[in-house]
Write a protein that binds this ligand. Structure first.
Ligand SMILES: [Ca+2]
Ligand SMILES: [Ca+2]
Length: 602
């Protein structure tokens, strides 16, 4: 495959016309970090109780065998040497953290691979006195080493070392989907002026290093080797879609002007020039990030994100290099035999040519501000939608780099840097209405590569400022989930807003939700259909009332005789509500000729 810059940058297209680059990594835009298929040959089951026998089990394994390790820690008594081609060592569970091969710094190399097509997968190797994994042929050249989904933690020297031996070479290997980390504890074990590093390939051809995470390759004194380094005449190395955090030197091809050790090739790449550090190859789609003040304060500081030294016909494309303090070089190319295409990279600082090296430059952004990125404070170097300086601004390459660091397609208008901005696809799903004080369920989703642990969802009165949420929930960094809020007690129109990372502007706002306060109607009056029973206790009907006369002073005798008052008592057995009771009284005057009824309402 050939890389060149499109005609609209004509000087670049001429400059790179001589470069031929092999890019055998995924021709389709997709991650290759899916689980390995189940073993097909003989399976040798091993448990931690057999750790002492593991060296002999590995050494005697035959081609096609899979050694399947039960979960647990294996205290290695000595190096596991692979002397048959086509042997696989993997965890049974597939959980890379659950199977730990521990050298306790008492074993030099933990895994020594001398044959072709050996696969190491789904486990942890840690605490090697020299190399956790060492690929070194013994009796003939080898190919096809695969390190897949392996945690390589703390080697006192380089973590994955690829060496020639006896004139034989180890070529065409793959390190993918793995995590190489020098921890603070491990750093104390590094010797010899920081003689450590990540993947370190000598005279190695056709290796592919992709979809890995590297971190911590620095020392307070001395200069660590790169997280990824291929040199002494290595060739066609593909470094793609790696995240490298806090490494004094992240990625390097070649080293020094005239290194005494090198490799020559029968087909004489780069015009037959010999003694070079590296031939061809490509460094693409990297996120390289540094923010550790201890790294910046170390003797070597943050030296270089990407460095080429006597590396010919090498492509450095679509990388993002960001550091919170200045490096010596974000990207540098050095020495007169270096010829490179350096295009469509974003760096927070500088591109540095050195000592007569040549690079065709196009489409790069230097001195990039943190504001281009989703969350530069935590190393999320995906582009923000406001990164208009980068979005759709890459110069065309021929052929185009078809995918980005997320293994997503770049499309017809590629972006500068490792990330192709795919648009914000954050969503918030809420009900249209809610009663005050009740629970409101809110569902969210966001792109896995862009959500962060700082993401939050706020409840706002419609139209309220982003700084005045009524209530807040954090998403915990989950790309999707459900949370609940209490509906406000005040009726009105509200909405939810999603904030991505440490940002003050929401990336999406929900549809409105109308909150109502329920009105409580007065209870209906009781219905009383029972007629009361009323009793009159005095006087009885026909009773003669006597002498209950209150005199009215003065007046005639007749008036006095007629004056008086009769006390009636009545009683009802029911709530008569507003019904009326009438008492009817019939009375006779003592000497009346005509009885006269009288009625008196109560
Ligand atoms: Ca684009
Ligand atoms: Ca992307």
């Amino acid at each position: 495959m050939r890389y060149s810059i499109a005609a609209r940058v004509s000087f670049v297209s001429v400059a790179v016309a001589a470069f031929t680059l092999a890019i055998p990594v995924a021709s389709a835009a997709q991650s290759l970090c899916t689980a390995l298929p189940p073993p097909t040959g003989r399976v040798i089951e091993v448990t931690p109780l057999q750790a002492a026998n593991l060296p002999s089990i590995v050494q005697s394994a035959a081609t096609g065998d899979t050694i399947q390790l039960a979960d647990g820690t294996y205290q290695l008594p000595q190096t596991l040497v692979f002397r048959s081609p086509g042997v696989t060592l993997r965890s049974k569970s597939g959980n890379d953290a659950a199977v730990i091969l521990d050298g306790r710094y008492a074993v030099g190399d933990l895994l020594l691979i001398t044959e072709s097509n050996v696969t190491i997968a789904d486990l942890t190797v840690t605490r090697a006195y020299f190399h956790p994994i060492h690929v070194a042929p013994e009796t003939h050249s080898t190919t096809g080493t695969l390190v897949h989904h392996v945690r390589v933690i703390d080697g006192a020297q380089q973590f994955i070392k690829i060496n020639p031996n006896n004139g034989y070479y180890a070529d065409q290997g793959v390190v993918r989907c793995s995590w190489l980390q020098l921890t603070d504890a491990g750093r104390t074990q590094v010797r010899d002026n920081c003689y450590t590093g990540g993947v370190d390939g000598h005279q190695a051809a056709g290796w592919q290093i992709y979809e890995n995470v590297f971190s911590g390759f620095w020392c307070s004194a001395g200069l660590s080797e790169h997280a990824i380094h291929f040199w002494t005449g290595s060739r066609d190395t593909v470094v793609d879609r790696n995240l490298i955090v806090n490494a004094a030197r992240a990625i390097g091809f070649g080293m020094g002007e005239n290194w005494p050790v090198y490799r020559t090739y029968a087909d004489q790449p780069c015009g037959g020039r010999t003694g070079l550090g590296h031939y061809g190859g490509a460094i693409t789609n990297s996120f390289i990030y540094a923010n550790d003040p201890r790294l910046f304060a170390s003797a070597a500081g943050f030296d270089a994100g990407i460095g080429l030294e006597q590396s010919c016909a090498t492509a450095v494309l679509h990388n993002t290099v960001f550091s919170t303090a200045p490096p010596f070089s974000s990207i540098e190319w050095r020495w007169s035999q270096t010829t490179a295409t350096i295009a469509n990279n974003i760096v927070s600082h500088n591109l540095r040519p050195r000592d007569g090296a040549f690079a065709a430059l196009a489409g790069n952004i230097t001195s990039a501000p943190a504001s281009l990125f989703v969350d530069a404070s935590t190393g999320d170097l995906h582009l923000r939608p406001t990164a208009t300086a980068a979005i759709d601004k890459a110069v065309a390459l021929n052929p185009a780099l078809a995918w980005d660091i997320d293994s997503a397609p770049r499309g017809t208008l590629p972006d500068v840097g490792a990330d192709e901005f795919a648009g914000w696809t954050f969503t918030l799903t809420v009900p249209a209405t809610a009663l005050a004080g009740t629970s409101i369920e809110v569902r969210w989703s966001g792109p896995a590569g862009q959500v962060t642990g700082d993401d939050w969802i706020g409840l706002f009165a419609s139209g309220a400022a982003d700084s005045t949420p009524s209530d807040v929930r954090y998403t915990g960094g989950a790309a999707a989930g459900t949370t609940s809020f209490n509906a406000p007690g005040v009726a009105g129109r509200y909405e939810f807003r999603y904030f991505n990372g440490n940002t003050a502007v929401p990336v999406t706002t929900s549809s409105p939700i109308d909150v109502t306060v329920p009105t409580i109607p007065a209870p209906p009056p009781p219905v009383d259909t029972v007629a009361p029973t009323v009793s009159i206790t005095s006087p009885a009907n026909g009773q003669t009332v006597r002498k209950q006369i209150e005199g009215q002073g003065g007046g005639s005798r007749q008036r006095r005789r007629h004056a008086g008052r009769v006390v009636c008592r009545w009683r009802a057995d029911d709530d008569i509500d507003d019904a009326a009771v009438y008492l009817a009284m019939e009375y006779k005057q003592r000497q009346a000729r005509h009885p006269r009824p009288a009625t008196q309402g109560v």
